[in-house]
Design a binder for this molecule. Sequence first.
Ligand SMILES: [Zn+2]
Ligand SMILES: [Zn+2]
Length: 280
Amino acid sequence: MMRVTLWGTRGSLASPGTETARYGGNTSCVQVEGGNGTVLVLDAGTGIRRLGASLPRTVHRVDILLTHLHMDHIQGLGFFAPLHDPNTEVHVWGPASTTATLRTRLMRYLSPPLFPVHLRDLRCQLHLHEVPCGDFAVGEFRIASALVCHPGPTVAYRIATPRGTVAYFPDHEPALGVEEFPISEQWTSGYAIADGVDLLIHDAQYSREEYDDHVGWGHSSVEHAFKFAAVAKVKHFVPFHHDPAHDDNQVDELLAAATTAARPSFAVTPGAEGATFDLG
Ligand SMILES: [Zn+2]
Ligand SMILES: [Zn+2]
């Protein structure tokens, strides 16, 4: 069995409030659990705090896979309880950069004045790894990463077990620079990572009109996200990284209209905080 749990579905900025309660206000964070007890955490948005609180004490290793270091994907890191537990090994994987190491870039946030504790003073056994470095394995998971279209070094992840495959693309603009999206598979950003997966969790931040005003900001319109899912021939599509300015009813309307227009051959479940998906 492989269980995927959404702990943060919001893009850009945490957006708590009665108007966002159904889809959730926490920023990107997704948990993937394997049948052998391996715990992966995809991004460290504000949703990671509740994920950390939910982990049983029997978990002594956690692997956090960061797609990139924009604030909405790392803001929860310092509030993740296992980082402060000397009995836990925490591995943080994130994209390499040509300008500074992953450690140096994480220290910019995990140090005063932005955060009271220095990265080096965290009590867990911390290991940092830069990706992409080919495929790698964590427990029973085979993981592939690739750079995708988004400002700054940003990767997407494909996580596979014999029971299922998940692709995670929280911030992705595959339509950038493409006259008529989609183009052929091999020229589509992120195609190899998403190809044929059982579950695709993908950026669906903007309406069509909003996208036209935000070309190059690194996100997808809902319509582009559906087209990407179709190109990749996924089995189940979870649109998320909802815009902080969209209330629950707007998310419903946007996704309903896009589903009607796209008539997808795959299942669609709008990403809501707390949702779980069991594969295999
Ligand atoms: Zn983001
Ligand atoms: Zn971003």
